[in-house]
Design a protein around this ligand. Structure first.
Ligand code: FEO
Length: 165
């Protein structure tokens, strides 16, 4: 099915947005390394890898439908974090932005009657619910331990066990 031009551009924009997310997670990993939270750092690196997979999933969809994929200049906001809590709050606020972008893609797909993108967009809708939930849970756990350094290191150790997906 031929793809609507505006929708194709929006999908291409999403490829770039997912690469931007990968860079933001990489930056957060560097910040956490500075704070000696190496498990959380590795969690962020694993998340950055997952974001590159998301970018590829959107790129594959465009390529499969005969469209070009164009990478553009990608801005990385300056992120300086002073605590684990701040790092994960940045992550959550970024995920919420991405979720809204995915919903916007769904709205455009509906508007232009693009049925062929339905399964890939549904996959992303579920993925965003999962991603927001997992970051929210980490934030809650970090809040629970508060100023307890041993508790924070325990969470750090657990997050470092994350399997690369
Ligand atoms: Fe690709 Fe974390 O959204």
């Amino acid at each position: 099915m031929a793809i609507n031009e505006k929708f194709s551009e929006q999908l291409n924009h999403q490829v770039n947005a997912e690469h931007q997310a990968a860079l933001i997670y990489t930056q957060l990993a560097y910040e956490l390394d500075q704070l000696s939270l190496v498990g959380m750092r590795d969690w962020m690196f694993a998340q950055a890898a997952e974001e590159r997979e998301h970018a590829q999933k959107f790129a594959d969809h465009l390529l499969d439908r005969g469209e070009r994929v164009l990478l553009k200049e990608i801005d990385v906001p300056e992120l300086k974090v002073g605590s684990a809590l701040e790092a994960f709050e940045h992550a959550l606020s970024h995920e919420r932005k991405v979720s809204e972008m995915i919903r916007e893609l769904v709205r455009t797909a509906d508007e232009v009657g693009d049925i062929d993108s339905r399964s890939v967009l549904n996959w992303f809708l579920s993925e965003q619910i999962e991603e927001e939930a997992s970051v929210e849970e980490i934030i809650e756990r970090i809040k629970l331990v508060g100023n307890d350094g041993a508790g924070l290191l325990r969470i750090d150790g657990e997050l470092g066990q994350r399997d690369p997906e």
